[in-house]
Design a protein around this ligand. Structure first.
Ligand code: UT7
Length: 337
């Protein structure tokens, strides 16, 4: 149904639920590469099994002493440089991570200090759905007129919490960070609601009854995961969440230019895209080279799509994640810098 604006203007699409400009993107990856061949040499696994069951060929791994903060700072700095915005004009840093360097203080405090941003900073832990959660929270807080810019970062070093001897988890994860700088919409954006950038529709959800499916037992160093159960739940819940985010904006899969899902398993990505009816060429994939980078997977994919020209002003992007919690989130956004 065509909506009618208060001023009588007919709208092709509803205005943004949460107006925001996406002013800059940045990413950071450690130099260390672990190939399937290296894993095959020391574990009871094969390159063929890993490729066929997960789609992963290699992953990036942090060097000893490198921190989640290091990755987050580099990605955040690149997003600021890309936008040409001075750190002092950032009023909030939201760092999505479930592998912070310390529980206290929040790693975002160290990121704020290293970047020299002003105002607030906090960590947000929604595991692999963390970036989608953080982008929603960041865009919502931009409604506060005191907020000039919000820097949203997803950074994780899951290789620090997987047992190197556990072939069920160690083959999957890699390290990295990605960041997006949000800014306020302009008067021109407001004047033409048809193209107003921001979050158009969102679905945030979870099922705490699934908390043990992927968890770090209290006092233990390594995570424990029921992979097949998570696979089953993720395939169903992610598609349903994406459909809910689109429906919230009065949109369908036909209105999606780019689909940027969390990268846990190539088979989950394909199954979800197929369920939604989104063609493979519109899906951004980095799992083959990066593995599962948890909260960093979506912003890393956004940065890559921006760099290679797939993500452009006006792009309508569906981004989504699901993981430990269980927590899931999907956002349907219109991109404009
Ligand atoms: O980002 C957080 C969200 N995480 C996820 O969403 C992860 C979701 N789960 C998965 O991606 C998949 O469940 C895995 C990739 C973890 C496992 O793949 P699967 O197809 O579900 O395998 P499975 O655990 O059901 O195991 C199938 C077979 C078993 O052997 P048998 O019993 O059939 O003889 C396993 O022992 O594959 C065996 N297997 C392996 N073989 C070689 C399990 N892991 C490996 C391995 N290498 N690394």
């Amino acid at each position: 149904m065509t909506a009618i604006a208060p001023a009588g203007r007919r709208l092709d699409a509803p205005p943004a639920l949460l107006p925001a400009r996406f002013l800059g993107v940045g990413s950071a990856l450690p130099d260390g590469v672990v190939t399937n061949a290296q894993l095959e040499a020391r574990l009871d696994t094969t390159d063929t099994w890993i490729r066929e069951r997960t789609g992963i060929l290699e992953r990036r791994v942090h060097a000893p002493g490198d921190t989640t903060v290091d990755l987050a700072v580099t990605a955040g700095r690149r997003a600021l440089e890309h936008a040409g915005v001075d750190p002092s004009a950032v009023d909030l840093v939201v760092l999505a991570t479930s592998t912070p360097d310390t529980a206290c203080p929040a790693s975002s405090s160290r990121v704020q200090a290293a970047l020299g941003t002003s105002g607030a900073a906090f960590d947000l832990n929604a595991a692999c759905a963390g970036f989608a959660y953080a982008l929603h929270v960041g865009a919502a807080l931009l409604a506060d007129p005191a907020m000039r810019h919000v820097l949203v970062i997803g950074a994780d070093r899951f290789t620090s919490v997987v047992d190197p001897e556990d072939r069920g988890t160690t083959i999957l994860f890699g390290d990295g960070a990605g960041a997006v700088l949000l800014g306020r919409v302009t008067d021109a954006d407001r004047a033409d609601l048809r193209v107003a950038p921001g979050v158009l529709g969102a679905d945030l959800g979870g099922d705490g009854n699934g908390a043990d499916i992927l968890h770090q037992p209290p006092g233990e160093r390594y995570i424990v995961m029921d992979g097949p159960e998570l696979f089953r739940r993720a395939t169903r819940a992610l598609a349903a969440s994406c459909e809910a985010a689109l429906a919230a904006a009065g949109a369908t899969a036909a209105d999606v230019d780019l689909f940027v899902p969390h990268q846990a398993n190539a088979r989950i990505i394909t199954a979800t895209a197929n369920r939604l009816g989104i063609p493979a060429e519109q899906v951004v994939v980095n799992i083959d080279r990066l593995g599962n980078t948890a909260a960093a997977s979506v912003p890393l994919a956004l940065a890559e799509a921006h760099a290679d020209g797939r993500l452009v002003p006006g792009s309508r992007v569906l981004l989504a994640g699901i993981g430990a919690g269980l927590a899931w989130a999907s956002l349907y956004i219109r991109w404009a810098a």
